[in-house]
Write a protein of this length. Structure first.
Length: 420
């Protein structure tokens, strides 16, 4: 009898804990191939929307994810209830994405599952808004937003210079390419790849071949006979897999910071804001890539050095106990693996929780502000390229006015000269 009472008491205490904030960081859904294999029978026109676009399968990937999280966080009967409206309210939800079609469409698909229409102020409609409502997805060009890329070759010269150097100079890389020299030559010949002495480029090119073949097989395309006879997908897989297996090995702390430090700082910021009640937003969505997940998992110290499957979601939950104390929990959601809990370094391995202070201490030396990101990337020499739209508009207006004034003076000068 005492045991039953104790269990009931503990259960009643546990369910008084409330979810205060949820952040969903996810990879886009299923997509088309990124680029053509030179000797392939398929080109960009072979895909319904061209290279690197979200497929209808990918849309359903995240529609179903949205339904899953709607059931988990928007049901008042669940102890995981997030205490937000079942219809979208802008002060409760914020969504951001990289500036790629597939990530923005993935975010929209997720939102369609989370917040099926109609909007709050619409009733008795016979239109698409009966089952769907538009919700803003915020994005900027990747060169101006370093948070969600995860492998910032384009916007960070320091990273581009050093990551290739570190990959190329590791003994593991040299050994791998030497051990597979004959296989590499076979792949280059069959796929029609450009011959190059740049071993890193060769690894990258072969990885793209593997990705293209994966996409073709996933969408039931008939593989070119020469590729199938050579078993080209399995020949190229170790090259693609090696890149992910070596991801953490080649990253020093500065490169880790550049990859995931801005996102790590942002996650801690939204947790602090919610704890301090300075922000009403309880649900944050971050739509990115496999590199986004690899970077943040590396910065959290829980990356398994494997490529993250399509539509995988990393979830951060902030809970508030009945006594006012806060703790965080992390887990990964995927339709195949279900939910897998993560325990961060320094946190309770039994309860799989981090107190708020423990979470704030996790790799805090890797956190970066956007300004610090650009200081590292441009070696403190070049000006920070993070220019606001307002500043850019004012600068362009100034140039335009100066141009018009110059033209006017020139015309007046010609007119006066002719008069004389």
């Amino acid at each position: 009898m005492y045991v039953v009472f104790l269990v009931s008491y503990l259960f009643s205490v546990a369910i008084t804990d409330k979810v205060e904030l949820v952040a969903l960081i996810f990879r886009h859904g299923d997509r088309s191939a990124i680029t053509k294999i030179p000797n392939d029978i398929y080109d960009e026109s072979s895909w319904p929307q061209g290279w690197g676009q979200l497929s209808t399968i990918g849309m359903h990937n995240h529609l179903n994810n949205g339904k899953y999280f709607k059931d988990r966080y928007l049901d008042p009967a669940k102890d995981t209830y997030l205490h937000i409206n079942t219809t979208y309210k802008r002060n409760q939800v914020y969504v951001q994405s990289t500036n790629k079609d597939r990530t923005m469409m993935s975010a929209m698909s997720m939102l369609a599952g989370l917040f099926p229409g109609p909007p709050n102020n619409v009733s008795n409609m016979t239109s698409p808004f009966d089952i769907w409502q538009p919700i803003p997805v915020h994005t900027v060009n990747l060169t101006l937003e370093p948070m969600l890329d995860g492998f910032p070759v384009e916007q960070c010269p320091y990273f581009a210079d050093n990551i290739i150097k570190r990959f190329s100079e590791t003994n593991k890389f040299t050994d791998f390419m030497n051990d597979n020299k004959n296989t590499t030559e076979t792949i280059v010949k069959i796929a029609g790849l450009e011959d190059t002495d740049d071993e890193y480029k060769r690894l990258s090119d072969i990885s793209h071949v593997n990705d293209a073949l994966f996409c073709e097989m996933s969408h039931n395309y008939t593989i070119k006979k020469e590729f199938a006879d050579a078993d080209l997908y399995n020949l190229t897989f170790p090259y693609a897999d090696w890149t992910w297996k070596s991801y953490s090995d080649v990253m020093d702390s500065k490169l880790q910071s550049v990859c995931g430090g801005v996102l790590l700082q942002d996650l801690k910021k939204i947790v602090r804001n919610r704890m301090n009640k300075t922000d009403d937003k309880r649900l944050h969505l971050y739509s990115g890539h496999d590199t986004t997940l690899a970077a943040i998992l590396t910065n959290l110290g829980v990356y398994d050095n494997k490529q993250t499957p399509y539509a995988t979601v990393l979830v951060l939950e902030l809970w508030r106990e009945d006594n006012g104390e806060y703790y965080t929990k992390f887990y990964k959601h995927h339709k195949t693996d279900g939910d897998v809990d993560f325990v961060l370094a320094g946190c309770n391995r039994t309860t799989k929780r981090c107190t708020a202070d423990e979470f704030f201490d996790v790799n805090k030396d890797l956190e970066l502000s956007r300004e610090e990101f650009y200081q590292i990337c441009y070696h403190n020499n070049d000006p920070v390229p993070h220019v606001s739209k307002k500043t850019l508009f004012i600068a362009l207006c100034g140039v335009a006015i100066a141009f018009l004034v110059s033209i006017t003076i020139f015309i007046i000068h010609l007119y006066c000269k002719q008069r004389k």
